[in-house]
Write a protein that binds this ligand. Structure first.
Ligand SMILES: Cc1cc2nc3c(=O)[nH]c(=O)nc-3n(C[C@H](O)[C@H](O)[C@H](O)COP(=O)(O)OP(=O)(O)OC[C@H]3O[C@@H](n4cnc5c(N)ncnc54)[C@H](O)[C@@H]3O)c2cc1C
Ligand code: SF4
Ligand code: SF4
Length: 375
């Protein structure tokens, strides 16, 4: 398998990822040596290193990745769909607990399953994203299930979640669950399937990955500029993006809801997200996004769509159902095809962007074009 070709140390990361605008801020290269740090929403090099091998570059989701090798190693090939990766089932769910739903981004499915996994001892630590001042996000390790709901809600700037996993996984044997965006889940998949010498034990601690659908994340600097312009000093409680036909972002503030036209929000998207092929977090046990259907946003708001990808993911979802923690509703028949089309749309956009910067139709910097589809 060719997944190690790019492991060429920090110089490679700097030249091939950071300087090319490809760094996703997943923070997989942070915490494995003292020379990379996370600052605001960026991974920065604080000391140059000339080693030609390093764990810093080994797990980068923008290193040359053998996507099909990873898929074959992690999933049942009988479940493969070209557009969405492994799919055992698609569900529509929301938390039964109204207190979780109140705090959650959509239906609170993620918070419900994380808390359940902790309660059941399936994991003993959950790595989640906490909100810091001014829309900054931090990785938080949680062991108490009653704390999970307090970290619910989407942070639209990247969180150094994988750095927190790197830190927690070095503390001896444990069972860690991570809530991850697609780029973070890909970094974790590279760790799992191709651990570097000396890293095997630490990575064995990774027990569960709950993935988030992700269209893009926002640049911290640009988001704060936009917020200053639109809401001044009002406190922002949460943000939401209704389906694309509404063409707005909602900021929920102490003074009510303020809407921002989507074209202004799009201008704040991180450059690296334009080179990202994965909408539905293909390298997770189950992935969760907002619900969408022909019934419209008034009906779908407050619900999630869930793609189950592994037996472990299925078992957790089934347990949440049998305990009455999640409410389920029928998934409209057309939803799977719609999700496939949306996922394919992101892959095609990403391929077009990468084609432009690489000058090649097939060799798309971190992957070959054909590998964007799951085979
Ligand atoms: C940057 C970003 C972009 C997204 N884009 C889309 C999209 O285009 N389409 C779509 O359907 N869904 C998207 N989502 C997912 C969606 O916003 C919800 O996270 C998902 O529907 C789960 O909802 P929930 O109510 O179950 O989550 P909750 O119960 O509220 O739990 C959310 C969990 O996500 C974690 N989290 C929050 N922000 C981050 C972050 N930045 N990085 C890592 N973990 C985080 C929290 O710690 C929490 O555990 C996006 C999420 C993020 C963070
Ligand atoms: S591992 Fe993540 S944070 Fe580090 S260079 Fe690669 S994309 Fe950036
Ligand atoms: S769009 Fe891709 S690169 Fe950007 S935050 Fe989401 S998963 Fe990461």
């Amino acid at each position: 398998m060719l997944d190690k070709k790019d492991n060429q140390g920090q110089t490679w990361i700097k030249n091939q990822v950071m300087d090319q605008g490809l760094c996703t801020g997943c923070a997989a290269c942070v915490g494995l040596c003292p020379y990379q740090k996370f600052y605001r929403d960026q991974t920065v090099i604080v000391h140059e290193c000339d080693r030609t091998w390093g764990r810093c570059s080994a797990y980068c989701p923008r290193g040359q990745v053998d996507l099909n090798g990873l898929r074959q190693a992690m999933f049942d090939s009988a479940d493969f769909t070209p557009e969405l990766g492994a799919v055992k089932g698609l569900y529509m769910t929301r938390a039964n607990d109204p207190q979780i739903r109140d705090r959650a981004q959509h239906g609170g499915t993620v918070s419900t399953m994380v808390a359940l996994a902790l309660e059941q001892g399936l994991i003993d630590t959950a790595i989640l994203a906490g909100r810091e001042e001014n829309q900054r996000s931090e990785g938080v390790a949680v062991t108490d299930p009653s704390r999970v709901a307090s970290l619910a809600g989407s942070k639209f700037c990247v969180s150094p979640t994988v750095a927190k996993f790197n830190e927690a996984s070095q503390d001896g044997p444990s069972k860690i669950g991570v809530v991850a965006t697609p780029c973070q889940a890909l970094a974790l998949a590279r760790m799992r399937v191709y651990p570097q010498p000396g890293d095997e034990e630490r990575i064995n601690n990774l027990e569960l990955v709950i993935g988030l659908f992700c269209g893009w994340a926002l640049s911290w600097r640009e988001l704060n500029r936009l917020i200053r312009e639109k809401v001044g000093s009002a406190h922002i409680k949460s943000m939401d993006i209704p389906p694309s036909k509404h063409q707005i972002m909602e900021l929920h503030t102490d003074n009510g809801i303020i809407t921002i036209p989507m074209e202004e929000v799009q201008a704040c998207v991180r450059e690296s997200c334009r080179y990202c092929y994965d909408l539905t977090c293909e390298f997770s046990d189950l992935s969760v996004g907002s619900a969408r259907s022909n019934a419209g946003w008034d009906v779908d708001r407050g619900w999630n769509q869930v793609l189950v990808r592994t037996e472990k993911g299925q078992a957790l979802l089934d347990l949440a159902r049998s305990r009455g923690l999640l409410e389920f509703k029928a998934v409209p028949v057309e939803n799977l095809e719609k999700l496939k089309a949306a996922s394919l749309g992101k892959k095609n956009t990403c391929a077009a962007q990468l084609e432009e910067v690489s000058g090649s139709k097939d060799d798309l910097i971190y992957t070959r074009r054909e590998a964007l589809l799951c085979q």
